[in-house]
Design a protein around this ligand. Structure first.
Ligand SMILES: [Zn+2]
Length: 261
């Protein structure tokens, strides 16, 4: 059966000396892998038609689910050349594509995930990302996967965490890293946390709740808020999406490096 779909290239690996396996996140078919036979020959019709971070229209011969499909035709819809010139944007795009590749099993996926990655790559091709770009993207991904926490209530006693006028002094909540839940100061002090407790200020909680709720946030965040945001989302990804921190830290360090003069 021949299938027509739109897809974003997540990864390419050699299949033979002259052929590649291309892993896609597609609009209709979810995550799938196709063989691009002869794509590395100098006269291949596939030359320049797909590459990392491209959104393409593709035609492929579908084989049994979770088998290697056969790529027949491919036309770039959005090649995003800026991602090949801007190394910060390239680092963020690499991390975003690899995160989708790691988190999603092959097979059908919520089309909202395809739209999220397409929008994320468009935004990165449009302008150089600041450091807060990645935690914001990760929270949107967690929300789309249904894995984002409720940042407004204690997971144990359900007490609201964002009170008008703020919590006074001290953290507004604690992220229980091992238990993978958010606790109010009372429950955290009562020994409910099962491991390391990450304190979160009221401003950070408000930012986390705003991003998760799909609301916009200020482009520049205070350093302390950014640090807590980075740590909280990293812990949540590790605990709930089984994402190892190494690739994430590498991408974040590139975005946090000072702008060259
Ligand atoms: Zn509580």
């Amino acid at each position: 059966m021949i299938v027509k779909d739109q897809g974003i290239v997540l990864r390419t690996v050699p299949l033979t000396n002259t052929s590649q396996i291309v892993t896609w996140l597609t609009a209709d078919g979810g995550k799938l892998a196709t063989a691009a036979k002869g794509s590395q020959r100098p006269d291949s019709p596939f030359l320049g038609q797909y590459d990392l971070f491209y959104t393409c229209e593709l035609l492929y011969y579908a084989r049994a689910p979770r088998h290697l499909h056969l790529l027949k035709e491919c036309t770039p819809l959005a090649p995003r050349p800026a991602l090949r010139r801007d190394w910060r944007a390239c680092a963020a795009a690499s991390y975003a594509a690899s995160l989708f590749d790691r988190i999603l099993p092959e097979g059908p996926a919520d089309p909202a995930l395809y739209r999220l990655l397409d929008d994320t790559l468009d935004a990165l091709a449009d302008r150089t990302p600041g450091p807060a770009f990645l935690p914001r993207f990760e929270l949107r991904l967690l929300r789309t996967l249904g894995l984002a926490p409720d940042w407004t209530r204690c997971a144990r006693c359900r007490a609201p965490l964002l009170l008008p006028g703020g919590p006074g002094s001290g953290p507004a909540a604690f992220l229980d890293a091992r238990g993978g839940r958010l606790l109010c100061p009372g429950c955290a002090a009562g020994g409910e946390g099962r491991g390391e407790l990450l304190p979160l200020g009221a401003s950070t909680l408000a930012i986390l709740a705003a991003i998760t709720g799909g609301r916009s946030i200020p482009p520049a965040l205070p350093a302390a808020v950014y640090r807590e945001l980075r740590q909280a989302v990293g812990l949540w990804l590790e605990r709930h999406a089984d994402v190892a921190p190494r690739a994430r830290n590498a991408a974040l360090e590139i975005l946090e490096a000072p702008e060259p003069a």
